[in-house]
Design a protein around this ligand. Structure first.
Ligand SMILES: CC(C)(COP(=O)(O)OP(=O)(O)OC[C@H]1O[C@@H](n2cnc3c(N)ncnc32)[C@H](O)[C@@H]1OP(=O)(O)O)[C@@H](O)C(=O)NCCC(=O)NCCS
Length: 191
């Protein structure tokens, strides 16, 4: 069965299937997740971390881990994707999206997925949930900053069911705005 068909079926069960006997569930981040979140970012490839943080880094600092995991889910939000399997990786964090407010009424969204699980719909589901969260909280628009050659993030944003409006490009980084004014229907699969 194709990934797309599998993903569609799995959404009805509330979690994503990412291979034989492996599933991913998504939930709001909690204060106690700081350690697992640090481990997730440390486990990303240098290239993925570079794309996520727009620069070289070996992982997140304790301060960042505390900030990301102690969001109030009102002004700021965050969600984690967690692997479920029978093996030793059960419970491992394999994705994170954070949505942090800016003073102009927008919120910046940033997302990362474990390298070995990229391309299986986890990013799209995290993004879908981030859009839902922003709408619920009355955010005017989401923004994102990405390298101009970040094909994966570009496609993720393009598939979010929202207009993607470039705000400007500097030093190879483009900032885009996704206005939330129009109700979005974010597809779980290609039409
Ligand atoms: C960008 C990222 C979050 C996407 O997550 P993902 O789980 O791989 O994405 P999905 O499987 O949901 O796919 C979403 C779309 O991106 C495309 N895509 C994902 N990775 C891709 C890649 N490396 N090259 C080309 N397209 C890619 C998918 O084909 C899909 O496009 P489609 O709907 O047009 O078919 C993930 O690749 C990642 O963590 N990258 C490193 C960190 C990063 O770049 N963050 C963005 C800056 S905030």
């Amino acid at each position: 069965m194709s990934t797309i068909a599998t993903t569609e079926r799995s959404h009805r069960e509330g979690r994503l299937r990412v291979g034989a006997h492996r599933w991913v569930s998504i939930r709001p981040i909690e204060v106690s997740d700081a350690g697992d979140l640090s481990a997730f970012y440390a486990s990303l490839s240098p290239a993925s971390r570079h794309r996520r943080f727009l620069g070289a880094t070996s992982g997140i600092t304790d301060e960042q881990a505390a900030r990301f995991s102690s969001v109030d889910h009102v002004t700021a939000d965050g969600l984690v994707a967690i692997l479920a399997e029978a093996g030793r990786d059960d419970g491992r964090f394999v994705g994170h999206v954070c949505i942090e407010p800016d003073p102009d009424g927008t919120s910046e969204v940033a997302v990362a997925v474990a390298d070995e699980l990229q391309g299986q719909g986890i990013g799209r589901e995290l993004m879908r949930r981030a859009v839902d969260s922003a709408r619920r909280r009355g955010v005017r628009a989401l923004t994102a900053s990405l390298f101009t050659d970040s094909i994966g993030m570009r496609r993720l944003l393009a598939g979010a069911g929202l207009p993607v409006v470039p705000r400007g490009t500097r030093a190879g980084v483009v900032e885009v705005e996704l206005p939330l004014g129009t109700p979005a229907t974010i597809p779980n699969r290609k039409e």
